[in-house]
Design a protein around this ligand. Structure first.
Ligand code: SF4
Length: 338
């Protein structure tokens, strides 16, 4: 009798030491029996011996313990205790970044480009550049029919390569006086056309290009210009810069940045390209990779005029440039360093 009482007392101490309640112990035994029966009847190969069964039951009990901690009653009790203690939880604001934000973060853009652009806007306000009065984007007659106006925009762009705005403007004036329409140019002989556009750069080649392109416009486009960059680029003597500007000035559609020699040079000086670029087309691709699209139209006109007045090809006027302190190519800054 004494022995059995001692045994009962010892087992109770052991159980308490393991923090196992009697209810849990009985539940443990019941589950163990159930699984043993299941093993013998179903022949489940995954439960092969008692130790396996024990560990499986233990796992199940562990899971049920975790589950029981999160019952509604437990949560209500926990909340009640918190309310009694008078402590309030601070609200935590969780913000999620979407894919666009992530892309924006990863995207390269030049340092201070907004400041540099604002500075150029300010400088351009104070001086009129040739492009402001004679550029292809302002030099077109709105009284003409849309088709003729677009044709003249294209011819002006074709003449503009390697040619100053002043020279191009004068040639366009002579062509307009002569009659700058598809039919009239097709009826004009090459010598006369040459004399009309001289002295624009590469004028002899441009006579051929204008004639060939005008013929295609007559045959394929009903005397109008095509409405896509690809078709425009397929015309003789029309490159990507002209095509994007023709889409903008002719059709009012922004398809890309018009990068001429000024935009190409200044973009490289300002560090607006991740690596120095060798061609205007490479510069266009580099600029379009980071410059917001709503600035594509503005940036061409802005930089062309800036290049004609301050950031000139030879001897840029760095000392009078608002960007002299932050421009990587500033000659003022490099002089100070020495
Ligand atoms: S500091 Fe000189 S090189 Fe740089 S943007 Fe101004 S004029 Fe051009």
């Amino acid at each position: 009798m004494l022995c059995s009482r001692l045994l009962l007392f010892t087992s109770k101490i052991i159980m308490e030491g393991k923090s196992v309640s009697l209810t849990q112990k009985y539940s443990f035994r019941n589950q163990k029996k159930k699984l043993e029966n299941l093993t013998s009847t179903s022949g489940n190969s995954s439960v092969t011996n008692v130790d396996d069964v024990d560990s499986k039951i233990k796992k199940e009990n562990d899971v049920s313990d975790v589950k029981s901690e999160n019952t509604d009653e437990t949560i209500i009790l926990k909340n009640a205790k918190k309310a009694q203690s008078g402590r309030k939880r601070k609200s935590v604001k969780v913000s999620y970044s979407n894919d666009q934000d992530m892309i924006k973060k990863d995207k390269w853009e030049p340092e201070n480009w907004n400041i540099v652009l604002d500075n150029i806007r300010e400088m351009r306000k104070d001086m009129v550049a040739p492009v402001d009065t004679m550029g292809c984007d302002v030099n077109n007659d709105l009284n003409l029919t849309p088709e003729v106006r677009r044709y003249q925009v294209l011819i002006s762009l074709m003449l503009s390569s390697q040619t100053k705005d002043e020279v191009n403007f004068a040639a366009m004036e002579r062509l307009r006086d002569h009659g700058l329409t598809v039919d009239n140019i097709l009826n004009t002989d090459d010598d006369t056309l040459g004399k009309l556009i001289y002295p624009v750069g590469f004028w002899k080649t441009k006579v051929k290009y204008i004639k060939e392109t005008t013929k295609i416009l007559k045959q394929k486009y009903n005397c109008d210009i095509p409405k896509t960059v690809e078709e425009l680029c397929s015309l003789t003597g029309v490159g990507p810069k002209m095509a994007h500007l023709a889409m903008n000035c002719g059709w009012g559609v922004i398809t890309g940045i018009g990068v001429d020699t000024h935009v190409h040079r200044i973009s490289n000086r300002l560090g607006w390209v991740q690596k120095l670029t060798k061609t205007p087309e490479a510069t266009r691709i580099a600029l379009e990779s980071w410059l917001p699209k709503d600035l594509w139209k503005e940036v061409n006109h802005l930089l062309v005029g800036f290049g004609q007045t301050i950031c000139k090809p030879v001897k840029p006027d760095c000392s009078n440039c608002r960007n002299k302190a932050i421009c990587p190519a500033s000659q003022v800054k490099s002089t100070k360093k020495k």
